[in-house]
Design a binder for this molecule. Sequence first.
Ligand code: N01
Length: 546
Amino acid sequence: MSDEATLDGQLTEVDAVVIGSGFAGLYSIHRLRNVLGLEVQAFDNAGGVGGTWYWNRYPGARSDTEVNAYCYSFDKELFHEWKWSERYPRQSEILAYLNHVADRHDLRRSITFNTQVTDVTWDDERGRYLITTDEGKRYAAQFLVEAVGLLSATKIPDFPGQDSFRGEIYHTARWPHEKVDLAGKRVGVIGTGSSGIQVISEIAPEVGRLTVFQRTPQWVVPSRHRPIAPGLLEKIENDYEGYWHDVLYSTTCFGFDESDVAAESVTPEERARRFEEVYEDGGGFQYMFRAFNDVATSRVANAAATDVIEKKIRATVTDPNLANQLIPGDLYAKRPLCCDNYYETYNRDNVSLVAVKNNPIVEVTPEGVRTADGVVHELDVLVLATGFDAVSGNQLKIKHTGRNGVSLQGKWHDRPRTHLGLMTTGFPNLFMIYGPMGPFTNQPPAHEAQVEWVARAIEFVRDRGAGSIEAIQQAEDAWVAECDEIANQTLFSVVDSWINGSNIPGKPVTNMFYMAGMAAYMDKMQAEEDSEYAENFVLGNATVPA
Ligand code: N01
């Protein structure tokens, strides 16, 4: 295939197009091209591989999943060879790993970087997607895999006067590649989610003055960052298949032992003891899922969890008024956070907190940020740790037209709808990795499992001499209803966060996940294969491309 061939409206034919080259996109390319033998063209609007880890270069960026579950499983030699240095790897180390994977499996030659896919249209006669890029190049592909990232479309607030700011403004997920010099400067951070707490804890010792603009405090437990437990990786290698099986057949895919004990079933003393123990070991998902199994579903368990964190905040933050402002006083039901030294940071003389819920930011001036009380907080650098238009955001940036002219933007106007988070009715052969209504888990192992499913579905279509596979409407309706029913039993559904879209003004607030855990999700995917896709999918006839 030559790039020239796509100019002047000509179409380049490939078997499959993959969008994205993060964990999921890279594995999709490998699985479809190197294993299935398809001709694959991939695109990424980044300048290199890595997805989230390409973009999120802010100071302090690191995974908060322990590294033994934050890597690929498909390549045992890679697992053996690659030497991780830390329990929770830094962004630069994960990016180096993904670049290594791209080289090791020769994936880069299939990827066109700095390229945004703008339009995908199903052509029923051809049995192909017609795919257009921002450069106007056009491709035709029988299969389309969208690995566009759950948390990738940035949410950039538009404060009045933002362009007048004389200093520098950076969103955490669009951080420059070159080092940003913050030494001695007056830095403001807006946002106290996962990104905000990491950047705040990291830069506080370096900057001259740090002003944190906090709208909604979140519950933060320590990471307890430390070297990888001695012998852990060797132990995993000794039972490699067994380990990864256990990761996938767990609730969260985090690779730790999840609790099967309900906090409600034990005494208050035992609850406090166990939360304390897991808190001391560190980790956000660990705190939510390792101490007890009902923190995300029972208000009693949830309150017991937050009681312990609240005591820790009060014991750490020396100014009681400041401690009060940092305590959420709300359910523990957003994506669980962890970070070392977060609350300690507020004891520093050069750090101040501005609570902006009742005293909102009204404008950005040339000098800094003005809050409703009239105070201008003077700044040299403003960091926007304001998050993402999550889950469906990136997909909806691409104009999608499916069978009979159906538009994805129209179809998902009130909420995203899929079957298994993998396919959406009206869009044959369009596979989403970690699409809406997919599992709420640690992502890399779940990505791999989904890509495996997709590859086998494609194989099935080809082996049957069919042209396409599509989820039927009843399956999608049933899946959405099931996802909602499960989500409504959790506390995630009653708290505002990106998980349900409530962080984006105007976005429908709705459930966007399958919350029954990865093990149950694996069974759901397996059931489709066992039935040879007969119940919930239709196969379309093969067509001869024009
Ligand atoms: O984004 P967020 P994030 N004025 O949406 C505030 C993953 N991740 O980038 O809550 C003032 O959680 C907003 O306030 P509020 C992880 O899954 C993982 O931090 O809307 N404030 C909130 O405090 C995570 O959950 C890792 O009131 C405004 C913050 O900005 C997900 O990405 C690291 C505002 C946004 O928090 C998203 O995390 C980083 C405004 N106009 C990210 N607009 C690790 O693995 C927004 N905010 C460690």
